[in-house]
Design a protein around this ligand. Sequence first.
Ligand SMILES: [Zn+2]
Ligand SMILES: [Zn+2]
Length: 168
Amino acid sequence: MSHTLRPALCVAPVDTAADVKALRAFAHQVAYETGRPTVFATHTDHDVRDYSTVYVLGDITTLRGVVPCVLMGEALVAGVDVFEPLDEAVTCPCGIVLHYTRPYADERGEVFCAECTGESACAWCGEWNDTEDLAIAEHGNAWIPLHDGCLDGIRRATSTEIVPLVTA
Ligand SMILES: [Zn+2]
Ligand SMILES: [Zn+2]
């Protein structure tokens, strides 16, 4: 089980308000599927090496817009995994449907989600997190999966002006 919490980075066109809304929803779904913090890029000021994976909303070859193209290019140069959406949604035996994240396949070809392989973790305490029960808090341009209890603790311990957490 790995608790390195390098977040994922989601890229998509950000030319219009509707584009940004779609990107934000895309990143929320990736956070849900992975159980990991997920950042969405509205500008190019990210070091792609800080991220585990770059997810592209759509086809790499027809991606438009400066922000997603620059970041995708930097990720490819840096050797960071760049993933397009799955051709077909994959359903884990636990019921989670994966649209973007690569499922883990065992030697018999059975596929499992991040939660079932123990990869899904609370960003606050690092403990395993049941994807179905996690709270996904929004902080700036990031979605952060947390235990409900940990989210409450953060809210009590931190000024909301410093950590403007919004739960989806
Ligand atoms: Zn599962
Ligand atoms: Zn926790």
